[in-house]
Design a protein around this ligand. Structure first.
Ligand code: ADP
Ligand code: ASP
Ligand code: MG
Length: 409
């Protein structure tokens, strides 16, 4: 069997942890398998490098930022290869570029376009364990080094598993699997044995950082089951796969405090206004998430939308220019918001879940600022200070993974 194993930052945070990881890799190799390992940077290295960059330049050039950040994974890949060599097993480490991980040109948020993997395959044929630096690639046009966005090593791992036609893809992390909510916020959250690609995609996109959403997209597109499990024990983790036995009404609750809300007030209400506003946002690569437009009174309306805080300044500038040109009244910004999302494939056939969610939040005196839904998700924007409590009261009420008829009542 060919097994791809990915180890996250906490799993390789110290020499001791790297030794434990090397033991696990060697045990897998000893069991007769070919092993390709993807590593993240040690511990909080990426955060520390970002802080270093902003200490010398608050607005660092994107190219140099990627040169800096990719160094984190280069350290852990070499150390992991060394720890494996010490155990008498041959290992070789490759940067993303050496592994032939090709991406588009978007520094900081590059998408993998192709994996050549020539050297990876050659080394596997030589019976070596191959270590690949996560989170990075190279743009073949410009020959510049790129990074895939925070949490991107997950995407490296699943994309490599697809490209190499691996038999298994294991994501080793610091929790036992995917839980019904972030266990740091809800200590009583339960581990899911299985979750569908569809639900995991919604959970990841709604802030469940345990798997980067792009990795789930790769898993779904190439049908690679992903086993999310702990590097600290041998417990069975969570299988993210095509379909699951149960269609829970609510499988999990995710939260996200990384977005901010902009509201343009007094926008003249005529055809083409939304296009005029959101086209420049799209051109500037600003990821607009929720959009709410009020019914108009006296020919004007208010439009609210959310964007990642990291692009707030840019979004505010664009919104202000457009508000001026269309003679809107004002642009307000609220960067103290949180989004809480309930996800479950069983929602499709259970009316009334949204009403039950609103009742729980009302009873907890939590005000809802915005609402959006998909067929399997309900998201509410609340005050950032209320976010954790909203997750907790909703988890208590719905007890995910919940398959009972009672939930929708
Ligand atoms: P790694 O460094 O291994 O990639 P991450 O920190 O990126 O680890 O992801 C693991 C963390 O994700 C956990 O420690 C947990 O706090 C957080 N998390 C958020 N939502 C969930 C969830 N639904 N299930 C499990 N962990 C979650
Ligand atoms: N080191 C990168 C980050 O912290 C990538 C990863 O860990 O997946 O985001
Ligand atoms: Mg991660």
């Amino acid at each position: 069997m060919l097994i791809v194993q990915k180890y996250g930052g906490t799993s390789v945070a110290s020499p001791e942890r790297i030794s434990a990881v090397a033991d696990r890799i060697c045990a897998t190799k000893d069991a007769g398998h070919d092993v390709v390992v993807v590593v993240s940077a040690m511990g909080k290295t990426t955060d520390e490098l970002i802080a270093l960059a902003s200490a010398v330049n608050p607005d660092p050039p994107a190219r140099e930022m990627d040169m800096l950040l990719t160094a984190g994974e280069r350290i852990s890949m070499a150390l992991t290869a060394m720890a494996i060599a010490k155990r008498g097993v041959e290992a070789v480490s490759f940067t993303g570029s050496q592994a032939g991980i090709l991406t588009d040109a978007a520094h900081g948020a590059a998408k993998i376009t192709e994996i050549r993997g020539t050297r990876v395959k050659e080394s596997l044929a030589d019976d070596k364990v191959v270590i690949v630096a996560g989170f990075q690639g190279v743009d073949p046009e410009s020959r510049e080094i790129t990074t895939l966005g925070r949490g991107g090593s997950d995407a490296t791992a699943v994309a490599l598993a697809a490209a190499l036609d691996a038999d298994a893809c294991e994501i080793f992390t610091d929790v036992d699997g995917v839980y019904t909510a972030d266990p740091r916020i809800v200590p009583t959250a339960r581990k899911l044995d299985e979750v569908s690609f569809e639900e995991m995609l919604e959970l990841s996109a709604s802030g469940a950082g345990v798997l980067m959403s792009r990795s789930v997209e790769f898993g779904r597109r190439f049908n690679i089951p992903i086993h999310v499990r702990s590097s600290f024990n041998d417990n069975q983790g969570t299988w993210v796969k095509e379909t699951t036995m149960e269609q829970a009404v609510i499988s999990g609750i995710a939260h996200d405090t990384s977005e901010a809300k902009l509201t343009i007030r007094g926008v003249p209400d005529f055809p083409g206004i939304a296009a005029q506003l959101f086209e420049p946002m799209a051109t500037a690569d600003i990821n607009v998430d929720m959009i709410v437009q009020n019914t108009s009174t006296d020919g004007t309306t208010d439009i609210s939308f959310t964007v990642p805080k990291s692009t707030l300044d840019q979004a505010r500038t664009i919104a202000s220019e457009i508000a001026n040109s269309m003679r809107a009244r004002s642009v307000d910004v609220d960067s103290s918001i949180g989004k809480v999302s309930l996800v479950g494939a069983g929602m499709k056939s259970h009316p009334g879940v949204a009403a039950a969610v609103f009742r729980v939040l009302a009873d907890a005196s939590i005000n809802i600022g915005m609402i959006s839904t998909s067929t399997i998700r309900i998201s509410c924007v609340v005050a950032e200070a209320d976010t954790d409590r909203a997750v907790q009261v909703l988890h208590e009420r719905f007890e995910p993974p919940n398959v009972s008829e009672e939930v929708g009542a």
